[in-house]
Design a protein around this ligand. Structure first.
Ligand code: HXC
Length: 258
């Protein structure tokens, strides 16, 4: 049996996933994504887990899709196997929040994988980019779609067309990442954020993620209605009673995730 490509651990109510192909800077392959999807789906179904963190190494979150593997592929190969399709798309359907803790390179598919997470916490040494143009291709896992939504058209065009990298400070300025911290802090910072999220009522966390995600996928009026109906629905949960009672009784809420 081959060594696992993704390390799977837990930290309290947080599922921790670590890409583990150090020799190729965590280059992504179908096999890596299969393992990642299976692990995330298992955490999604596990009542003991409330949020996840996805990370790589200090040198690389992921340096993109595996160029050595892709080099000889033909159109027929990638089209008929639906490369970047079914199993890669499975990550999009994860319902619990996933935080990307990014240190080092997040390039090509690595940048796209980080953007597919719900938010990114970056180390000061993080480098983001979509260098596919330099390989004679274009981003294929959301780079031309998620990047402009995150950083606007001008910077997305700049990055996608020149293939240049941006550092953590530029990524934070342009809205790609939510926080930048020293490299030795990045994983703890992400786990602490995930622990806070996992302490909240799960139904409200799932709905909050669904509603914010909807802002990317619909017009304002449809999104506002979607949000309002979900807000209404949370009044059917025990945790809403507990959360509001705890506030008025000046104590900490004890959420039961129902
Ligand atoms: C396969 C890779 C790789 C990749 C690095 N390696 N990136 N192997 N696929 N994407 C391998 C190198 O070949 C090398 O193997 C080892 O990892 C260390 O890399 P070096 O280049 O020696 O390290 P360094 O000089 O520090 O440069 C780091 C780097 C550079 C700037 C990140 O490796 C680089 O430019 N990588 C490619 C980045 C890229 O173009 N990504 C986009 C891929 S296309 P050896 O055996 O020599 O030690 C893509 C398509 C998206 O992602 C589609 C959706 C997924």
């Amino acid at each position: 049996m081959n060594a696992p490509l993704v390390k799977i651990e837990t930290r309290g109510r947080v599922g921790l996933l670590t890409l583990d192909r150090p020799k190729v800077l965590n280059a992504l392959s179908n096999e890596v994504i299969d393992e990642l999807a299976a692990a995330m789906q298992a955490f999604d179904a596990d009542d003991a887990i409330g949020a996840m963190v996805l990370t790589g190494s200090e040198k690389a979150f992921a340096a993109g899709a595996d160029i050595a593997a892709m080099k000889g592929w033909t159109f027929q190969d990638v089209y008929t196997q639906d490369f970047l399709g079914h199993n890669w798309e499975a990550l999009k359907r994860i319902r619990k929040p996933v935080i990307a803790a990014v240190a080092g390179y997040a390039l090509g598919g690595g940048c796209e994988l980080a953007m597919l997470c719900d938010f990114i916490i970056a180390a000061e040494n993080a480098r983001f980019g979509q260098p596919e143009i330099k390989l004679g291709v274009i981003p294929g896992y959301g780079g031309t779609q998620r990047l402009p939504r995150a950083v606007g058209k001008a910077k997305a065009m700049d990055l996608v067309l020149t293939g240049r990298m941006m550092d953590a400070a530029e990524a934070e300025r342009s809205g790609l990442v939510s926080r930048v911290v020293p490299v030795e802090r990045v994983l703890d910072e992400a786990i602490e954020a995930a622990t806070i999220i996992a302490s909240m009522s799960l139904p409200s966390v799932l709905m909050a993620k669904e509603c914010v995600s909807r802002a990317y996928e619909s017009g304002l009026n449809e999104g506002l209605l979607f949000e309002r109906r979900n807000f209404h629905a949370l009044f059917a949960t025990e945790d809403q009673k507990e959360g509001m009672s705890a506030f008025t009784e000046k104590r900490k809420p004890d959420f039961k995730h129902r």
